[in-house]
Write a protein that binds this ligand. Sequence first.
Ligand code: GAL
Length: 335
Amino acid sequence: MIISREFGKTSAGETVWEYTLTNASGNSVSILNFGCTIRSIKVFGVDVCLGYDSMAEYERNDGYLGAVAGRCANRIGEGRFCLNNKVYQLDCNDDDNHLHGGLCGFSHRVWEAEIQADTLSLHRFSPDGEEKYPGGLDVTVTYRLSEDNGLSIAYHALAHEDTILNLTNHAYFNLNGSGTVLGHLLKINADEITECDAHCLTTGRLLAVDDTPFDFRQEKPIGRDIEDTHYQIRNGCGYDNNFVLRPGNTAAQLTGDVTGISMTVCTDQPGIQIYSANFLTERPGKNGARYDRRCALCLETQNFPNAIAYPHFPSPILRAGQCFDSVTIYRFYNH
Ligand code: GAL
C-alpha cells in the first residue's frame, strides 16, 4: 500500500510530497519526491534511517541524508573530466573537487512521482549542461518494499548524448534507532578498497584489505579499528572508502548490536562507499532526535569514484541512446 501526504514547499514554492510504502507486516518506508529522499524506514518497530522534519533542512541537506546523489555521485577530481576528446569543467563544491553532482544535483531537485500498485517511480529530465554535465538525461528511480522487507531501488537512465553517470542512495542507517553506530557489526564482501588521498579522492590504486582496518570479510564492530592510525582511516577521519565488491554475493551486512535488527545489501554495482558519518556535525534530526558524527553508516552502492579519470576502473560513460539499469536491495530482518 502507498499513501501520500503533502510534506512541505521548497523555497521556490514547489510542493513536495511524502509517499509511504507499507507492506502486509506493517513495516514501512517514506520517500520524498525531493531528491528521491528516503526519509524513514520503520522495521520491527524501529526507525532505522536518519531524516529531517522540514523542507528547509532538506533544501540545505549538506549531508545528503537519504537522497539520491547524481548525476555523478562521489568526487570528481577538480571537477574536470575528458569525454570524446573534450574537457568538461564541473562546479567544485567540495574544496577543489566536485561532489555528489555539484551545487544543485539530483539530491536537491523535485522529481515527478508516479504510483503503480506497490511501486513508487520518480522521474526527472536532467537537461544538457545541468551542473555543466554534457547531454540530456532521463532518469527514473523506482522504490518498492517487498513482503520480506526488501527495499529495492531500481535506477534507470537514458542518455540523449554521451555523458557520464554514477548513481547512489545516501541513506544513513542506524539499526539501533539512535545512539552511535560504532557497536554495529559490519561485514563487507570485498578484498580491496580504492585508495584515497587526503581529500578523499581516489588515486587509481587498489589496496588489499589484508591486515588493515578495512578487512570486514569476517563480521566485526565498526568501532573496533575506526581510530587506527592507518593513513586511509586518517584521510577519511574514519571509514569513508569505496570497497571493491566481489561479484555475485551479498555486498554487505549490518547488524544493530542493541536491537539485533540486520540489513543485507545486494547490488549489481562494482563498489560500495562505506561512510561512517565522520563529517556529520551535531544537529537536530526528525522527531526530536539529535544527530552527531558517527551516529549512522552510509552504504552507498556505486561505480568506483572518479572512474572517468582511470581507464582501468569500470567505465561511467553512458553513450547516446543507451540505457543504464541497476538495482540495489536493502533487506531487513530480525534475529
Ligand atoms: C559521502 C562522502 C563523504 C562526505 C559525505 C557527505 O558520500 O564519502 O566524504 O562528503 O558523502 O557529507
